[in-house]
Write a protein that binds this ligand. Structure first.
Ligand SMILES: [Zn+2]
Length: 450
């Protein structure tokens, strides 16, 4: 659909309605069925800009005024997509349908939904030979359709629900020179953006997707897909996933606890959640070409670098790596705007060069893991926008990757057996995927990165 000048839209709409009237009055001569005088009007939603500058009534743009349907040869069929500010009476007026039909439909039980029609939804109508509405179909969502049918006693309204069929799918992929990020490798394997983000969330406590990926890293996942009428409408849950990062394997298995909670656990029943997430800046914001240089850009000499740098645009959100309490929210010449968070007795995290703090951040405030605390900037001694992140254990700078951190609650011993039974099928599927990738030779594991 192009952006037609408004006058053309109007003309097209008038022409279409003209065609419709003609079609009803004079049966078209279709070669394959001479009695057929079905006309389908496909009216497309007008490119919606802002309703504020619409001084005229929204008019339907006409995509196709002559497509034929053989479904009900005795009925004229109309299709219409609800526009901004439409109500049913306006739609009926546009389509030249008598107001009496509208009244009859709105008298039926269950017609409330039709008093609140939603822009973008599809309306299908059929008219009988007396030009009365025979049936009205209103698609509420991909699964739900309201159908009003004329009976001798008046219209009868039913709501039809389509059945969702849930199937299991799987994918496997590797990080390679050609597809060097989780996002690129995931897209290459056919994963949706949502699924890629969910996969990263599963392993956010163990893997830095911003900084730690290596060529040859690989991942496999088993997940649900939702289908309606044979068409995929969305991805469901990830049931099982595995990520091999620098040769170390991490597994996430979905398990329904006895108390009904759905939670992911590692293969041995440990919780995936830990006290700290690896990246205080979401990996999707971090510049992958960023090269950790030990030569300090301002002092031009090599100095010990005691933190981790994340290059990202100014204004990118920075989140707390773990639950804790803000110890300092301050500024100085070297660090610029910086935050220090205490996490219990031993652990401290620091966030430097922020452009600004998130609202309400000051000493003494409690923060939650993943909570937004500030924004990436280049205040202090920084040549470009980046977050300088430090992780300290008992006052000593440490690499969070190599520090053993306590997990959240594991599966209780009493449930371990059930867990093993419930998840053994997933493990077999992951193993089969690994075999596949080994045999196919798609694996780029011979290469090593950076
Ligand atoms: Zn740094």
């Amino acid at each position: 659909m192009g952006h037609y000048p408004r006058s053309n839209l109007r003309l097209a709409a008038l022409l279409a309605i003209g065609t419709l009237i003609l079609g009803v009055m004079v049966p078209t001569d279709k070669p394959e069925d001479s009695s057929d005088h079905t006309i389908s009007l496909a009216l497309e939603l007008e490119p919606v800009s802002s309703t504020a500058d619409n001084n005229n009534e929204a008019e339907p743009a006409v995509e196709n005024a002559t497509s034929q349907s053989d479904d009900t040869p005795e009925h004229t069929k109309l299709s219409y997509i609800i526009l901004q500010d439409d109500n049913l009476s306006a739609v009926f007026a546009k389509l030249n349908i008598p107001a009496r039909d509208l009244q009859e439909i709105l008298q039926a039980n269950g017609s409330d939904t039709l008093r609140r029609i939603v822009p973008g939804n599809l309306l299908n109508l059929t008219q009988n030979e007396a030009e009365q509405i025979h049936s009205l179909e209103y698609k509420i969502d991909p699964l739900t359709t309201l159908v009003a049918t004329r009976q001798t006693s008046g219209f009868v309204i039913e709501t039809l629900k389509k059945q969702v069929v849930i199937t299991t799918a799987n994918h496997t992929a590797s990080i390679s020179e050609e597809f060097p990020s989780l996002y690129k490798a995931g897209k290459q394997a056919g994963l949706s953006d949502n699924l890629i983000m969910e996969l990263a969330n599963l392993f956010q406590w163990d893997i830095s997707f911003a900084l730690d990926l290596r060529y040859g890293d690989r991942f496999s996942l088993v997940y649900q897909e939702h289908y309606v009428d044979g068409i995929k409408i969305k991805d469901g849950k990830i049931l099982a996933a595995e990520f091999s990062n620098s040769g170390k394997k991490y597994t996430a298995l979905l398990y329904q606890r006895d108390n009904g909670d759905n939670t992911y656990f590692s293969e041995n029943g440990k919780s995936l959640k830990k006290a700290f997430i690896r990246d205080p800046v979401h990996f999707s914001y971090v510049s992958s070409s960023f090269n950790l240089r030990r030569l300090h850009p301002i002092h031009k000499k090599v100095r010990p670098h005691r933190g981790i740098d994340y290059a990202a645009r100014k204004g990118t959100p920075v989140v707390a790596a773990g639950d804790g309490k803000i110890y300092q929210a301050s500024a100085n010449e070297a660090s610029g705007n910086f935050l220090v968070i205490n996490h219990g007795e031993q652990y401290v995290t620091k966030y430097l060069h922020l452009s600004r703090f998130a609202k309400g951040m000051r000493a003494g405030i409690k923060v939650k893991q993943g909570q937004k605390i500030g924004y990436v900037g280049s205040t202090g001694w920084a040549t470009g926008p980046h977050l300088h992140y430090e992780f300290l254990v008992s006052g000593v700078h440490r690499n969070p990757k190599t520090v053993g951190l306590p997990n959240a609650d594991p599966i209780p011993d009493a449930e371990l057996n059930t867990f093993r039974v419930q998840t053994s099928g997933y493990l077999r599927q992951l193993a089969a995927l690994n075999k596949q990738i080994d045999q196919s030779g798609l694996d780029a594991s011979s290469k090593t990165g950076e």
